[in-house]
Design a protein around this ligand. Structure first.
Ligand SMILES: CC(C)(COP(=O)(O)OP(=O)(O)OC[C@H]1O[C@@H](n2cnc3c(N)ncnc32)[C@H](O)[C@@H]1OP(=O)(O)O)[C@@H](O)C(=O)NCCC(=O)NCCS
Length: 173
């Protein structure tokens, strides 16, 4: 598989178990640097509801980064502009995959004429979103399975494509 290109493609229902495994592994190896053991256990438990994940991934506009048959990351866009998930495999961090997934999400949002993207960015991802034009709206503590998590609501307005105004003509002096 050496040299195979990394592609961003739409999610397929058969991806779900791979995505759950990647999610669990990334939280346990990457997010653990910014969150404590109780938080990591609550965020990425041993038992994850596959049917619920499958339903959510299908309902969202979901993308997978893959190299051949190997899944390297994934991202989901909800109908209201929420970047609901964005995870890159722990061994493939900082190689531009997150940026490519986010670009696919943003392109889909523009196609759906959404006014903005937003994310509840983890402490691990706040810098990444800031580097991609998201601005901090507020910091918050959310509860998941009885455990509190600090994260940051971040927003990126999506300017509508520029169109010439009807009747506007250039005059030369
Ligand atoms: C956040 C995440 C998806 C980024 O994916 P990635 O593939 O590692 O990111 P990229 O390689 O595309 O990074 C692109 C740019 O963002 C910057 N960046 C990435 N993570 C950053 C961070 N934590 N702080 C500051 N900048 C960061 C990089 O410096 C890079 O800029 P450069 O190209 O100018 O060097 C990945 O780190 C991840 O999976 N994190 C754990 C899961 C997580 O917290 N997801 C978000 C849930 S809300």
């Amino acid at each position: 598989m050496t040299g195979a290109a990394i592609r961003i493609r739409p999610y397929r229902p058969t991806d779900v178990t791979c995505l759950i495994a990647l999610f669990r592994d990334t939280v346990r190896r990457v997010n653990r640097r910014r969150y404590g053991p109780r938080q990591v256990r609550a965020w990425a438990p041993e038992t994850i509801d596959v049917a619920a994940w499958s339903q959510r991934l299908t309902a969202h506009t979901s993308f997978v980064a893959a190299r051949g048959s190997r899944v390297l990351g994934f991202a989901e866009l909800a109908a209201d502009g929420c970047v609901d998930t964005l995870y890159v495999h722990a061994r493939w961090q900082a190689q531009g995959i997150g940026s490519r997934l986010l670009a696919a999400v943003e392109a889909a949002a523009r196609t759906h004429r959404l006014a903005q993207l937003y994310a509840a960015a983890s402490l691990s991802a706040e810098g990444f979103f800031a580097a991609h034009g998201f601005r901090l709206r507020r910091r918050q503590i959310v509860e998941l399975r009885g455990v509190g998590f600090r994260n940051a609501v971040m927003i990126k307005p999506l300017a509508p494509p520029r169109r010439p105004r009807p009747g506007l003509t250039w005059r030369t002096a």
